[in-house]
Design a protein around this ligand. Structure first.
Ligand SMILES: NC(=O)c1ccc[n+]([C@@H]2O[C@H](COP(=O)([O-])OP(=O)(O)OC[C@H]3O[C@@H](n4cnc5c(N)ncnc54)[C@H](OP(=O)(O)O)[C@@H]3O)[C@@H](O)[C@H]2O)c1
Length: 338
């Protein structure tokens, strides 16, 4: 399977490293031999139809922040994602550029171009999906390509396919989830140690969980993206992020947390979809399985007749998210082998 990586940051590099290390197992267990024929980052593209030297690519990126270490015949400074997707022959495009929520770019153009060129697409970038998921599903169908995005929700925890495949036959009445590790870390620190919100946020930034601009996480937008994707994929809705009422955790006070404790509850940032979808801080019982601490994610599906089913796991991380991308690639391989 010839693969083009668009985006070579934490997730892109972790994926390249993973397929390099797991090459034998992937071939033996799944008959999958991924060949990375192109990598694009913000500064240019490295292209080799015979397959890139991944160790060299990783070393070059670490040392210089670019792929120029692969040599002048392979590295093309300034070459962009859309042109590379159009010109380079490959079966799968993996999109891992940063999430952007006003226009979904540059990811949206990458995903659309790939589909129109007949490439299967794996996307970890939430932007294109939060903004235009129904249209992208339609475009994939129209062009006869597979569109997978497991890494957009839950990092390495297989939330989407768990609901879609393992809960088959059940009716999912509602979905509630703690889907943002940064907010959950902050609320956990405020609850268990009485740390002030600003200090907990500073800790999260120091530990690399939160961005310098934490609005996306703390304001509830990351949770909203993941809720849109989960609801559309699992429940068949056709939402975009504009359809959601979104409240973040900025207004949660220590006094709110203490009062919740007196009632035997904890405050969590919850994305919930039943008839309507919203994101807001809510109280849940301390004994509820969704009461996860730190950067963990938890999603609870209220099902008929099975009752409540909760899935807990690490919600982010390069290696974890790369494992989702790999699962998607295995599924694509299986689909086109069939
Ligand atoms: N990290 C996680 O744990 C995680 C988990 C789940 C989902 N995600 C999502 O996955 C995506 C990637 O995350 P990440 O942590 O890998 O981000 P990252 O480390 O910031 O990497 C982003 C990559 O995209 C490249 N890029 C930016 N603009 C580009 C453009 N116009 N054309 C081509 N490449 C471009 C960057 O290039 P340069 O290297 O040249 O700057 C960089 O290589 C994001 O959308 C994120 O929300 C991340």
């Amino acid at each position: 399977v010839r693969v083009l990586l668009v985006g070579f940051g934490v997730v892109g590099q972790s994926f390249a490293d993973l397929v390099e290390h797991e090459a034998r197992k992937l071939d033996h267990d799944y008959g999958l031999r991924p060949k990375i024929v192109g990598i694009v980052d913000r500064k240019g593209a490295a292209i080799s139809p015979a397959g890139l030297d991944i160790k060299k690519a990783l070393t070059s990126k670490k040392q210089s922040g670019t792929l120029e270490g692969l040599g002048h015949d392979i590295y093309h400074e300034g070459r962009n994602g859309v042109d590379t997707i159009k010109d380079l022959e490959c079966e799968v495009v993996i999109e891992t550029t940063p999430t952007e929520l006003t226009k979904g770019e540059p990811g949206l153009s990458h995903v659309k171009t790939a589909m129109m060129e007949g490439r299967h697409v794996i996307c970890t970038n939430k932007g294109p999906l939060a903004i235009a998921m129904p249209a992208l599903m339609e475009l994939a169908h129209h062009n006869g390509v597979v569109f997978k995005f497991s890494g957009t929700v839950g990092g390495g925890t297989p939330i989407l396919d768990f609901a879609k495949k393992c809960l088959e036959g059940s009716t999912i009445k509602s979905i509630s989830g703690i889907l943002n590790g940064t907010s959950n870390y902050i609320l956990s620190r405020m609850t268990t140690e009485g740390v002030a919100m600003e200090d907990a946020l500073a800790e999260a930034q120091k530990l690399g969980y939160a961005e310098a601009d934490p609005t996306y996480d703390v304001g509830g937008f990351d949770t909203a993206c993941k809720l849109v994707i989960t609801s559309n994929y699992v429940l068949g809705s056709s939402m975009s992020i504009k359809d959601l009422d979104i409240k973040g955790i900025a207004k949660v006070t220590q006094s709110d947390i203490e009062k919740a404790k007196e009632r035997g509850n904890v405050i969590k940032l919850i994305g919930r979809v039943e008839k309507v979808a919203n994101v807001a801080p809510q109280e849940i019982p301390m004994t509820h399985p969704m009461n996860v601490s730190g950067t963990f994610n938890a999603v609870s599906f209220d099902t008929y007749p099975g009752g409540e089913v909760t899935l807990v796991g690490k919600g982010a991380g390069g290696k974890e998210t790369a494992s989702s991308v790999l699962r998607d690639l295995i599924e694509i391989r299986r689909t086109f082998a069939r």
